[in-house]
Design a protein around this ligand. Structure first.
Ligand code: KG4
Ligand code: ZN
Length: 352
């Protein structure tokens, strides 16, 4: 079903003041938020540090940490929002896609809450929710029409033609690594801690983006491929270091700046091509990598050059967050049916 596009075009998207809890547990962070309509009352998260020394998320550790964190995170978000369990009017949770064990903890918890408090339950698609985050009340530039949106996270890279919070189509995707994975893998090669994206971003700020030329194969259409980039970085590093095992701080900064510039231009070029091909004058980025300062400023610059409207959520709605899940639950409550208590999580779940 299409959401009323006239309402979107007039910029108003009224949601009743229903109080909705959102539970996100698809990967390594446990995050919950409580919303009234699309207004954030509180958001609380527990970050998992256990993975840092392994250079990536270890699924078994992730699900155990979710188990340890999930009750304190609920207490934290209730406290932040100034609510009690009795104030809740719905429970939304990430049903998928994501890590099976992590999803299982969040979904079992959400289903138990829904059953014990007799509240409607809303299973949410994680990738769709990243896009829905653009409609939070405290996002500075609410979408007012169709847009070309790029989701860039640790597990996914997707270009979407977005008509409304409930109506979007994937028009391009990555053929191999996700953009966040490319950042994380290069960071690992450089000996930086996990997650590597923010580290590369931090070091890139002091480096020269033109110091190194990294190449990646260009893919036709609106799909992406990042796996060649890792190999290119590895080759250049082998040549530059010529057997030495240590890398200078200046070289590290230059490599990070050059890698970041390469990834950003691959992403932004496709975003521009896709927006032109679909005749759209609004562009958006969302997902963990949209926290990247290079990507944010390149997308802003593209918007300025083309005179397009630009939508970038604040940091709190970029990385995985409970608010985007709760807001998706609000739209589902208005325009769909509640889910069933016996629905299993879906580690793989295409965004239809
Ligand atoms: O959306 P997200 O929080 O989780 C997934 O659904 O995957 O995205 C996590 C990804 C990680 O790969 C992380 O390195 C990347 O987002 N990331 C960044 C930055 N902040 C987070 N990548 C580049 N620059 C950043 N500032
Ligand atoms: Zn995500």
């Amino acid at each position: 079903m299409d959401l009323d596009e006239n309402r979107m075009n007039s910029g108003t998207f009224p949601l009743p003041d229903r109080v909705m809890l959102g539970i996100e547990s698809s990967c390594d962070d446990t995050s919950m938020a409580i919303l009234s309509g699309n207004r954030l009352l509180g958001q609380f998260a527990a970050v998992q540090h256990v993975h840092a020394k392994y250079g990536g998320v270890v699924p078994e550790f992730a699900s155990r940490a979710h188990q340890a964190h999930i009750v304190p995170v609920l207490e934290g978000v209730l406290d932040q929002a100034g609510c009690s369990l009795n104030d809740l009017e719905g429970v939304a949770y990430t049903r998928g896609p994501g890590l099976q064990g992590s999803l299982l903890v969040g979904s079992a918890f959400a289903r138990s809450l829904s059953w014990s408090l007799n509240l409607p339950l809303y299973p949410v698609h994680h990738m769709r929710a990243h896009v829905v985050a653009h409609w939070m009340a405290d996002v500075p530039n609410l979408p007012s029409g169709p847009m070309m949106a790029l989701t860039v996270s640790g597990g996914h890279t997707q270009l979407l033609h977005v008509h409304s919070p409930l109506n979007m189509e994937v028009i391009g995707t990555t053929l191999d690594d996700a953009a966040g994975e490319a950042f994380d893998k290069v960071a690992k090669m450089l000996g930086l801690p996990y997650p590597g994206g923010p580290e590369v971003d931090r070091l890139a700020a002091k480096g020269n983006p033109e110091a190194f030329r990294f190449s990646a194969p260009r893919v036709d259409g609106f799909d992406f491929s990042f796996s060649g980039l890792k190999t290119s970085v590895l080759r250049v590093m082998e040549k530059e270091l010529a057997g030495s095992t240590s890398i200078s701080e200046v070289m590290l900064q230059d490599v990070c700046a050059s890698v970041q510039a390469t990834i950003v231009s691959m992403l932004v070029d496709k975003l521009e091509e896709a927006a032109v091909a679909f005749g759209l004058e609004a562009i958006a980025i969302q997902g963990g990598v949209s926290a990247n300062s290079g990507l944010r400023s390149a997308v802003e610059a593209l918007g300025k050059r083309r005179n397009w409207s630009v939508h970038i959520p604040p940091f709190r709605y970029c990385t995985d967050n409970g608010a985007m899940i709760a807001l998706s639950g609000q739209y589902a409550a208005e325009h769909g049916e509640p889910g069933a208590l016996n629905e299993a999580p879906l580690a793989r779940w295409p965004l239809a």
